[in-house]
Design a binder for this molecule. Structure first.
Ligand SMILES: NC(=O)c1ccc[n+]([C@@H]2O[C@H](COP(=O)([O-])OP(=O)(O)OC[C@H]3O[C@@H](n4cnc5c(N)ncnc54)[C@H](O)[C@@H]3O)[C@@H](O)[C@H]2O)c1
Length: 404
């Protein structure tokens, strides 16, 4: 099962997977890449663009003795079924987020990974966002003290999401896709949610998306806001918004506080505040602008320009450039990735490298099934809390990943 080169089938040749095929092809642990899509023309376009072979159906992928891994890039609400079938067929799994659309499917994936010993990795891009990496680093260094409160959010207007205009899918509950926000906070403070309380904004556009009878979930909320009680005694506020007045998709931690220090962020400015008991009263707080460390280098180069903030708000310089906080991590990437595409704050290459190394060596990846469940399940439970007018609900936990 391990120390074998990977033969990977991409399931789903839509908008997103194309950014990952060249990385998988270039990784030293990968022997061959196939592509598969229900819509033949989509697979053909990939085959032509990347010089890869097509495999006709998912059933053939599952039956194949040659293919030992899949990369799941199907629609968000299909992940449970696709991943469970792959694990049962003995394939390692790289899956785009979210883990699965129901709590039971998340739990089943964890159970199967435990039973089979196969590698599962959920490709949460925000895990490698500079703000998440900075907060992880500062938390580990003790700068926050004991975690008290944090806030994170993912704003992406429904009109600009690939599924936004698809019948049935466009009105998906925002918290079915919670991992960009949950992942940043939970990874920074190394904890998980035990209880949630959620409210939502009932959409008023009447455009046939967030309305009863118009989507698979009978969902009416286009924005959802959840408070999470964490196992470490802290609280996290997570917002998933699909109809906010923001220009570009954006995921960030807006604030993270502990008993000793705090991090605050707005647009392009990252601030760290630290309290020092040793100093006289009026000098007890250090305020450090850490923006040049946390923002991508290309962004830093433009910071004196008059339209800087507007360009940041419109998503500029947030694709492939590293921030200084990512530089050390960048050193472990294979040389064969040089010059290849990267996106979402330069996170793609880290994720594919993590998966290939884990599936080849058998070492547990950071974004394993146990962690994926902790990032996904609170959102699914919060959808229920929201439907019930904000009642507090317990969040089931699958525990920690086994050590290896
Ligand atoms: N930052 C991020 O992490 C991020 C960003 C964008 C998308 N995503 C994730 O990537 C995934 C893909 O998104 P997208 O926008 O490319 O979607 P998409 O709708 O463009 O593509 C999905 C494709 O999967 C195919 N498919 C579905 N079931 C299949 C099956 N059984 N066999 C073969 N093909 C099948 C569909 O025909 C479709 O072409 C989603 O799960 C999404 O959540 C993550």
């Amino acid at each position: 099962m391990y120390n074998e080169k990977l033969v990977v089938a991409f399931i789903g040749c839509g908008n997103f997977a194309k950014r990952f095929v060249p990385l998988m092809q270039a990784h030293p642990h990968v022997k061959k890449v196939y592509v598969c899509d229900l819509i033949r023309e989509k697979a053909e376009a990939y085959a032509e663009k990347f010089g890869v072979e097509i495999i006709d159906t998912y059933e053939e992928v599952l039956a194949s003795k040659e293919i030992n891994a899949i990369a799941n890039f199907t629609e968000r609400h299909l992940h449970g079924d696709i991943v469970i079938r792959a694990l049962k067929a003995g394939k390692h799994v790289y899956s785009a987020v979210p883990m699965a659309p129901t709590v039971e499917e998340c739990q089943e994936i964890v159970r199967l990974v435990k039973e089979t010993g196969l590698t599962y990795l959920m490709g949460e891009t925000c895990y490698y966002y500079p703000c998440a990496m900075y907060c992880r680093e500062a938390y580990k260094a003790g700068k926050f003290g004991d975690f008290t409160y944090g806030a994170s959010q993912y704003y992406h207007h429904i009109d600009t999401i690939s599924y936004g205009k698809r019948p049935g899918e466009g009105g998906m509950p925002p918290l079915l896709y919670p991992t960009h926000s949950t992942g940043m906070i939970l990874s920074a403070v190394g904890s998980y949610a035990t209880k949630v309380v959620c409210f939502g904004y009932e959409d008023k556009t009447g455009d046939g998306r967030f309305e009863k009878g118009c989507n698979y979930w009978d969902n009416v909320y286009s924005n959802q806001y959840v408070l999470m009680k964490l196992a470490n005694g802290g609280t996290a506020r997570v917002t998933e918004a699909r109809t906010f007045g923001v220009a570009k998709p954006s995921s960030y931690i807006s604030a993270l506080y502990g008993t000793k220090g705090g991090y605050e962020f707005s647009n392009a400015q990252h601030i760290m505040i630290e309290k020092d008991q040793e100093l006289p009263n009026k000098e007890r707080a250090f305020v450090t602008d850490v923006s040049d460390y946390v923002n991508p280098t290309a962004m830093v180069e433009h910071k004196q320009e008059p339209d800087f903030m507007t360009r940041v708000a419109n998503g500029e310089w947030q694709v492939h450039d590293y921030a200084k906080v990512q530089a050390e991590e960048g050193k472990r990437l294979p040389a064969s990735f040089e010059g290849l595409p990267n996106a979402h704050m330069a996170s793609h290459q880290f994720l594919i490298d993590d998966f290939c190394k884990a599936a080849y060596t058998g070492k547990m990846p950071a974004l394993n099934a146990w962690v994926a469940a902790r990032y996904t399940i609170p959102g699914l439970v919060a959808i229920e809390s929201c439907k019930q007018g904000g009642v507090p609900l317990d969040v089931p936990d699958c525990g920690d990943a086994p050590e290896n």
